[in-house]
Design a protein around this ligand. Structure first.
Ligand SMILES: Cc1cc2nc3c(=O)[nH]c(=O)nc-3n(C[C@H](O)[C@H](O)[C@H](O)COP(=O)(O)OP(=O)(O)OC[C@H]3O[C@@H](n4cnc5c(N)ncnc54)[C@H](O)[C@@H]3O)c2cc1C
Length: 429
């Protein structure tokens, strides 16, 4: 399938030289899925050992999935910071936190070193809507500064927040100077271009994996009847995994979320809210996430569908939130609005591990994978070639199956999620 029509595809800075796979081939490592998890793994594997033959199989296009559709928010942390049900020590929790901070730094390092044209802008506000959010926010900043010794985040009262961003909807914020925004598709394509500089690395688009089996070597069956034989394999299919591995699929629930791009809002309207180009996300369960990019375009994301049924009018469904947060802006017409699937895990921590000594996987970033995928790719590459102590910490995270075996979206689940949405609506966080 070609790319969906979205702002990132319309402003793509790179095109790749890649084909369908029309023969059976062998390689050292085969990566399935060419989103940022797959491309990052290939990038770091190739860096560690340029002699390795690496093949990436992508059923659509590079960055076609969540990678090329997301909100572009480059954030540290996980989707959940609740470690209470995990068996990690204090030191291990701190290591996991540092891993996420390194993820943001690593993306920025790659952009700089490889001169990737992807509109990096630093500066992020996590905003509170209710009084209890505000209290939670203060505790969170305190935890970052004291427990994690992370000094780039600070609490802002409503007055202080207004120097960065002003909205009647938000009470206070955490400002973080390291997090920010990028054009996610261009970052992914820029990294993929780097991978393709080595003739030992190949990306095959429009090449779908049907199944695989391991009997000594790994045999990967394609839908066009050709086969890839590999020593090692990495599954990076995330929300689009379908039935390729039922055990992994049970751990994630694909959830739809929506993004609009506004490219024609006059400066005077924007400057009433945005005092600088900044990225904003709020603390609601069904959060609103938006940013003013380098070209003064507003990229506004939010909404969610657990049942996979889209609102009749996507653009209008997001406008309800825009009207509350940025009143007046809702009268403008979006250039385009699109949807994408986020892979949610039950505990909202990413699901990363090994199926056997030779088969690895990464999925379930729970809407928080733009920065993490780079660092996870680095960790997987390290684990494939030798050992990475962080990998053990991710394997230690306990993941439960979703009801309905994760293969269908059950009414029970829709009901549970509606409950959280209702709590947001009533301000009962
Ligand atoms: C609308 C939206 C907004 C988001 N906003 C943010 C944000 O602002 N900040 C943030 O941190 N995160 C955000 N996320 C999450 C983030 O985009 C993802 O966590 C991240 O992109 C995951 O990358 P990935 O490579 O693991 O998966 P994907 O990018 O989804 O890639 C998986 C790839 O696998 C391929 N594939 C699947 N099955 C097969 C097969 N059988 N054979 C071959 N190929 C296959 C798919 O075609 C796809 O290209 C958002 C996600 C969405 C959908």
């Amino acid at each position: 399938m070609n790319y969906s029509d979205n702002y990132y595809v319309r402003t793509k800075a790179y095109s790749l030289d890649s084909n369908k796979l029309n023969e059976s081939i062998q390689c050292d490592v085969c990566i399935i899925g060419a989103g940022l998890s797959g491309i990052s793994t290939a990038y770091y594997l190739n860096k560690a050992n340029p002699e390795l033959t690496i093949v990436i199989l992508e059923k659509n296009k590079v960055g076609w999935g969540a990678t090329g559709r997301n909100g572009g928010q480059l954030l540290h942390g996980f989707s959940s910071e609740d470690y209470s049900r995990q068996k990690h020590s204090e030191d291990e929790i701190k290591t996991l936190w540092n891993f996420t901070v390194d993820a943001v730094r690593e993306v920025k390092k790659n952009i700089k070193e490889l001169k990737i044209d992807c509109d990096l802008i630093e500066g992020y506000l996590l905003t509170s809507v209710t009084k209890s959010h505000d209290e939670e926010l203060k505790r969170f900043v305190d935890q970052l500064q004291n427990q994690f010794e992370y000094k780039s985040a600070r609490y802002l009262s409503k007055n202080q927040m207004q120097d960065y961003f002003d909205s009647p909807y938000y009470q206070s914020a955490m400002f973080d100077s390291e997090c920010g925004q990028i054009h996610p598709l261009n970052y992914c394509l820029g990294l993929a271009k780097e991978v393709l500089k080595n003739k030992n690395c190949k990306i095959y688009e429009e090449t779908e994996v049907l199944s695989y089996k391991q009997n000594g070597k790994i045999k990967i069956q394609l839908t066009n009847n050709f086969e890839v034989t590999a020593d090692k394999m990495v599954l990076c299919c995330n929300a689009y995994l379908n039935n390729l591995n039922k055990e992994l699929r049970r751990k994630i629930m694909p959830v739809k979320t929506y993004v609009s791009a506004y490219t024609d809002i006059p400066e005077k309207y924007l400057s009433a809210y945005f005092k600088r180009k900044i990225t904003v996300g709020d603390m609601l369960f069904v959060l609103n996430y938006f940013r003013l990019d380098g070209n003064s375009n507003l990229i506004f994301g939010g909404g969610v569908s657990y049942s996979n049924i889209d609102p009749i009018n996507l653009e209008n469904s997001l406008k309800k939130s825009i009207q509350k947060i940025l009143p007046g802006i809702e009268k403008f017409k979006a250039l385009c609005t699109w949807s994408g699937h986020v892979a949610i895990t039950a505990n909202r921590f990413p699901h990363i591990g090994a199926i056997s000594r030779d088969i690895f996987f990464a999925q379930g970033y729970s809407g928080h994978g733009l920065a993490l995928t780079t660092m996870v790719g680095k960790m997987l590459a390290q684990t494939l070639t030798s050992y990475d102590s962080n990998f053990r910490l991710f394997e230690k995270i306990r993941h439960h199956n979703f009801p309905g075996f994760g293969l269908v979206d059950t009414p029970l689940l829709v009901l549970a999620m509606s409950y959280f949405k209702l709590k947001d609506y009533l301000g009962l966080k």
